[in-house]
Design a protein. Sequence first.
Length: 390
Amino acid sequence: MKITKVRTRVFEWKGHTVTPTPHFCANAMDELWDKGDSMGTFRFHGWTTVEIETDTGLVGLGNVALAPRIAKAIIDQYLAPLVIGQDPFDYEYLWQRMYRSTHAWGRKGIGMAAISGVDIAIWDLMGKALGKPVFKLLGGRTKEKIPCYASKLYRTDLKSMQQEAQSYLDQGFKAMKMRFGYGPKDGPEGMRANLDSVAAVREVIGEDIDLMLECYMGWNLEYAKRMLPKLERFQPRWLEEPVIADDIDGYAELNQLTSIPISGGEHEFTHYGFRQLLEKRAVSVIQYDTNRVGGITAARKINAIAESFSVPVIPHAGQMHNYHLTMSTLASPMSEFFPVHDVEIGNELFYYLFEGDPEPVNGFLDLDDDTPGLGLSLNERYFDQFTIIE
Ligand SMILES: O=C(O)C(=O)C[C@@H](O)CO
Ligand SMILES: [Mg+2]
């Protein structure tokens, strides 16, 4: 089998979006004195699809969710020529070809996200060619079903957050993640508001439901050191991205500070990046996203390294490109799940573009043993809600 064509498209949402609200989610921009919608640069309303065609007529489907137009340009100009004419089963060679040829600028960030999109499409192709789901190519079924946690609970009024948390309990979820709305520049009032929101959610869900806390790079080391002891009484499953991704020593200091595990990795890239995080004991939970980190070829290597460190892998975002990795390794105990709802932050856009992702039932997801590839296809039902760039 030979790759004959790489088709990229950018889908930019033009449909209804939920109006942003203040203190929706603390984030890396909050350290700046800029006014206005600080979460704006972290709203993902576009997606790049990667369709790799072969001389057998099979087509593999990949995706990139960061900087879609740039990802498209990188794939069209630099990566497609490297894989056209090649055998997709030479996936390690093709990954190295893409990685090494773009090493001057592509080993992290959007370059590696673009490589991820091509690599995911290659693995989808291989599964389709063999008539096997991708997880059967990676290690097979290590779980009867995949436990997942509901991930939303962006900051709003406490009553609404409690109602949302209750709705996840009613759906059978045994774990959920909430977001903080405040950080260092919001002072003691913001600290109090952060603690009140955790107390309100914990009041609804009780002590036996896992609660994860998301800072999304919106704090700094000093503020996190002050907050962690105050959060211990809520016994969170983890505290996520308390500092910016480059502050690896800050992560390591926080990860040793209290009993609260520190998680991160959705803004780290390749098995080299995760080796550094693990060797420094910077995180107690790894959260790469397969459509950023280097695709399935890189993610499976990270799973192996994480297993040797006994650090669990709970990939960012859920979605099929991550579910297949979680199903195929004991190093990954569960998945994130973004509830389907009106387009807001953009994580939910995946469901408007693709179909095939499993629905959670009582807090569990399952993959089909007989669906070849990733089991995803483009959902044309909402195409009229997107501006599509070929
Ligand atoms: O789901 C996560 O871990 C994210 O970081 C999503 C992002 O939108 C902030 O919540
Ligand atoms: Mg996160």
